[in-house]
Unconditional design. Structure first.
Length: 231
């Protein structure tokens, strides 16, 4: 990677909430205006973006949720749920520090982008992978550093997955992004794997519908973030 000083980075170094600074695409197009947030727990992650596209005045909404892994210096974001559905090669990148800024360089195409950490995990934060057995839906629920993210697979025959993010930005303003989701909230934080958590969602008519979900996996990222800053 020309111009990038390599540093050893582990998944545990990435805990928290990140906002993208700049994206440079393979054809040289540069984007510094899009709203792109990435939440990272020990492995579970969520990403939502209201982003500009070349030649299009209206920004597009995309999002995904899944797991992050690393092998031989290549980080892979497994997009288990995605809107729109995933096409093309895996989401693989190489990461390096530039001071406190994180740089990502694409593996399968020569893009690069920078990320700025806006929040570290706090006591009581969590990330959970959920399963709803009646309608066989999957979901990811992350609460990290004052940000809350929910990604859920669609009802049968109901189209793409839905995502929502809410939080407070560095300047104190409210952040609310959604991709196909009209509102949700958890009545209580999730318990250990195998337990149930009740999630309320807005249906197509705007009515609240509560469903019980099994907790398939649960992570508490503050356990590691309490050791100190990583960058």
């Amino acid at each position: 990677m020309t111009g990038v000083t390599p540093h050893t980075i582990a998944v545990e170094d990435l805990l928290g909430v990140w906002r993208r600074g700049v994206l440079v695409t393979p054809d040289g197009w540069r984007d510094e205006t899009s709203d792109v947030y990435w939440l990272q727990s020990l492995t579970l992650c969520g990403d939502i973006r209201r982003q500009a596209t070349p030649g299009n005045d209206a920004p597009s909404m995309t999002a995904f949720a899944g797991r992050l892994s690393e092998r031989d210096g290549i980080f892979r974001w497994e997009r288990t749920l995605a809107s729109p559905p995933v096409q093309g090669p895996p989401d693989d990148g190489r990461l390096s520090w530039q001071g406190e800024v994180l740089r990502e360089d694409g593996v399968h195409e020569p893009y690069w982008e920078t990320w700025h950490r806006v929040a570290l995990p706090a006591p009581g934060d969590y990330a959970a992978e959920l399963f709803e057995p009646v309608e066989t839906r999957r979901a990811y629920l992350l609460s990290i550093g004052g940000f809350a993210f929910f990604g859920v697979s669609s009802l049968p025959g109901d189209g793409a997955a839905a995502f929502a993010l809410r939080g407070i930005g560095p300047q104190g303003g409210a952040i609310a992004l959604s991709a196909g989701a009209s509102g949700w909230w958890a009545e209580l934080p999730p318990g250990p794997p195998g337990s149930l958590i009740r999630i309320a969602e807005r249906d197509g008519q705007g009515q609240a519908v509560s469903r019980d979900w099994f907790v398939a996996a649960l992570e508490h990222p503050f356990v590691l973030s309490a050791r100190g800053s990583f960058s």
